[in-house]
Design a protein around this ligand. Structure first.
Ligand code: F6P
Length: 345
């Protein structure tokens, strides 16, 4: 029996509640642990703000989006005496093992705490699916489903008005959401951070479709982090940086709307899906993956497998060193993008 702490950090993600529920159910029923959930990510650890998690208060959350613990982008290592304060708070509450559930920023802190001697086990989370060392993260399939449904809806209005519609989806460093939803939704061009684009080529695809296949509308799906082949950074929605140094991306669809209309003469519109992609109920795949990750994380915490992250490899859940997961972002599979390109224009 041990006292386990957990937290959800960074952007929220459909599937977080299934992870929490799984850790609590197996942790209490099978191992007899006490489980504490820190509120609002690392902020809750810094402030020693936690609640005891029980079967009762984690029941009925499996299908709910967001996170029952709340989240924040608080960076321990940008806070004065952050590490010291976190270790003191964990000691004060008698936590033996901490399970941070988050993306590269949250897991980066988990890895540093592990290096400082505190037992941690990571659970990977991001709708962007760009975390290394795991084939998928939960939340991704939900985001893809939401974006695909939006693209389906954009088709009928684009067709009615003979318009080009540029749909901007999330994806800071990697174009996983853009590529999957674009392929599933039958997009005519997909733009991703891994392949800087030339707007004249984009227009050539659209012209080809309109002139040679008799179509009078087109759908372009663009990842928020897409950049141009002639250089420059991704479009930003605000100048301020978050505490992990990330700028707020957004706006490339509006630039493209204007440029495509000017160059082709086809009336164009932009739609930015934004946080709709992160909201609401997780799809079945993400509920199951979150549940499997939660069970594997509490097993690892109970077996002394510290400094590790749970990961999906093929159909199996395995452990990988946190370090491996953090070494670099997992970029879009080039073969997948090549397949998507077959349908451009
Ligand atoms: O990291 C996931 C992500 O959804 C990115 O794709 C996006 O840039 C970012 O979060 C937006 O975060 P925020 O909630 O801070 O606006």
């Amino acid at each position: 029996m041990a006292r386990i702490g957990l937290l959800t950090g960074g952007g929220d993600c459909p599937g977080l509640n299934p992870v929490i529920r799984a850790i609590v159910r197996k942790g209490i029923d099978h191992y007899g642990h006490e489980i504490f959930g820190f509120r609002k990510g690392w902020k809750g650890v810094l402030e020693n703000d936690a609640i005891e998690l029980t079967r009762e208060n984690t029941s009925g959350i499996l299908h709910k989006g967001g996170t029952m613990l709340g989240t924040s982008r608080t960076n321990v290592y940008k806070t004065e005496n952050g590490e010291e304060r976190v270790l003191a708070s964990l000691q004060e509450r008698g936590i033996d093992v901490l399970i941070p559930i988050g993306g590269d920023d949250t897991l980066g802190v988990a890895n540093k705490l592990f290096a400082a001697g505190f037992p941690t086990v990571g659970v990977p989370k991001t709708i962007d699916n760009d975390l290394n060392a795991t084939d998928f993260t939960f939340g991704f399939q939900t985001a893809v489903q939401i974006a695909t449904e939006a693209i389906d809806r954009l088709h009928s209005t684009a067709e009615s008005h003979d318009r080009v519609i540029v749909c901007e989806v999330m994806g800071r460093d990697a174009g996983w959401i853009a590529c999957w939803s674009g392929m599933a939704g039958g997009a005519d061009v997909i733009l991703v951070p891994e392949h800087p684009f030339d707007v004249d080529e984009v227009c050539a695809h659209i012209r080809n479709r309109h002139e040679n296949s008799g179509r009078t509308f087109s759908i372009v799906v663009v990842a928020e982090g897409a950049t141009r082949s002639d250089g420059g950074a991704a479009a930003t929605a605000a100048d301020t940086l978050d505490s992990f140094g990330h700028v707020r991306l957004g706006g490339i669809a509006f630039e493209l709307e204007k440029e495509i209309e000017e160059r082709t003469g086809y009336e164009s519109r932009a739609t930015v899906l934004g946080h709709i992609q992160r909201g609401g109920s997780p799809v079945a795949f993400d509920r199951v993956l979150g549940t499997r990750f939660g069970v594997a994380a509490i097993d690892a915490a109970s077996n002394g497998d510290f400094g590790q992250m749970v990961a999906l490899h093929g159909t199996a859940i395995e452990l990988v060193a946190l370090e491996d997961a953090l070494s670099q972002p997992k970029l879009l599979d080039p073969a997948l993008f090549e397949t998507a390109q077959v349908f451009f224009g």
